[in-house]
Design a protein around this ligand. Sequence first.
Ligand SMILES: [Zn+2]
Length: 224
Amino acid sequence: MAQQDSARQTAEGAASAPASAEPGENLEFLDDTVDAGEREQAHRERGTARPITVVGNPVLHRRCQDVTEFGGELAQLVDDMFASQRAAEGVGLAANQIGVDLRVFVYDCPDDEGVRHVGAICNPVIEELPAERRALDESNEGCLSVPTAYAPLARPDYAVCRGQDIQGKPVVVRGTGYFARCLQHETDHLDGYLYIDRLSKRDRKDALRQMAEGTPRYETVPND
Ligand SMILES: [Zn+2]
């Protein structure tokens, strides 16, 4: 996911969610804030940045394959994804955004208190929220695969994402604010959907127009 579009930020979203009554309160959430900067740096220094696929590339428009092998190849892919995310100044990146058909995403994203979260999730699933926990936030959203475009998109301002870490251990990550948006956006990628697929026809057209008029500041994979 692209960085927050502060200049064109729409009105602040709905009231922030209460801290109590978390869905699945018995869950053990992963603390992905510890040593966030050091972990992100270690990953990206081992990795190589790759060009980013853009809307129209088939790998972005179909469901990716489940991760079943949690070895050195996956670790290298995740390192390359962190390097690519940094090179493109993104806050989240799914494997198919560097052309790899595998259900894994990485993130380096601030939450609604500005706290930095860094991690990688394999085989992610976004948990359904109970109705009373669904407060929509209508911030702008952008995507490295739709370069230079932004559009407001209503999404729940809180998200719980279940999956596995790169060793295959089950993990549950929760996010607020822009990080909640990121968890949903990246999981959508691995299901074969871009955020523009959730926009009205008119807003989608406008986003594609912004993309056509802009020039990305990072390398992209040309579409045939
Ligand atoms: Zn994206």
